[in-house]
Design a protein around this ligand. Structure first.
Ligand code: ATP
Ligand code: MG
Length: 242
């Protein structure tokens, strides 16, 4: 049975897909069998982020609508043969949430980890609430980001969802030092859930995802995402906080 994790956020564009890709890569490089699913309609990027672009014709919409077997839509990343991905459809179509949760459960015997990059609509939240063991809310650490993250966490708690954590992304130490944004303790208090990780704003992250490559061994990017991935895998390792 897989550890099923979902990555979601209050605001768009805060780094859900980036975190999904980089955590998935580190788990795969640790020897775990990992499947990433981009549960979106209309927009895709995980294929690019993990170096699997144009390797499959079929996408999630094709699987859910029976146009192919799920194996036909599972692409393997060039980063690791342990890392697979099902692409989001590039068509703007409503995906069937019941069929989606059935698919995730059907695949869960074949992977150590399934990580789902998803929006925060009620339908998406509901369909994964019974099956996701971890729900990681990605947020920036500024007040409007943390307020939206708190709102999503409240919606998860109202559904008795386990394993809700926040990951602060694109954090700028200089902004905190200059008191442009509040410090991380304040940000954590606002969101009110345990910390899954802190990721700084790093050009290296954009370099890796733009090229579909893994961070260099022992780079700051690799250390940060390895510690987040290890904790998701149940290891007790300290968070690499900036
Ligand atoms: N820690 C980071 N440092 C620098 N750039 C980052 C970082 N995290 C994400 N980005 C950049 O921010 C942009 C948005 O990231 P991403 O696509 O992962 O967000 P998203 O939450 O998945 O967006 P959407 O809501 O559209 O799905 C991308 O250009 C990405 O390269
Ligand atoms: Mg995304």
């Amino acid at each position: 049975m897989s550890t099923i994790s979902r990555i979601l956020s209050g605001k768009d564009g805060v780094g859900k897909s980036t975190v999904t890709a980089l955590v998935g890569e580190q788990l795969a490089l640790m020897g775990k069998k990992v499947l990433l699913i981009e549960f979106e309609n209309g927009l895709r990027c995980l294929d690019l982020f993990v170096g699997a672009m144009a390797t499959k014709v079929y996408d999630l919409d094709d699987v859910l609508n029976g146009r192919c077997e799920f194996s036909d839509a599972i692409a393997v990343s060039s980063i690791s043969e342990n890392l697979s991905v099902i692409f989001a459809t590039s068509a703007r179509r409503q995906l069937d949430t019941d069929q989606f949760s059935t698919l995730v459960l059907a695949l869960s015997d074949s992977y150590d980890h399934i990580i789902i990059d998803t929006d925060c609509s009620d339908e998406s939240i509901d369909c994964l609430s019974g099956i996701a063991m971890n729900s990681i809310v990605i947020s920036t650490s500024d007040p409007s980001g943390t307020r939206d993250a708190r709102y999503v966490c409240d919606r998860l708690y109202s559904r008795n969802v386990p394993g809700v954590k926040v990951l602060f992304n694109r954090v700028r130490k200089d902004y905190i030092a200059d008191k442009i944004t509040p410090n991380l303790d304040y940000a954590m208090d606002t969101v009110g859930v345990p910390l899954a990780g802190v990721v700084p704003e790093l050009p290296d992250i954009v370099r890796c995802t733009s090229r579909g490559i893994a961070p260099k061994s022992n780079s700051m990017t690799q250390k940060i995402f390895k510690s987040i991935a290890s904790r998701l895998d149940g290891e007790s390792v300290p968070l690499t906080v900036i």
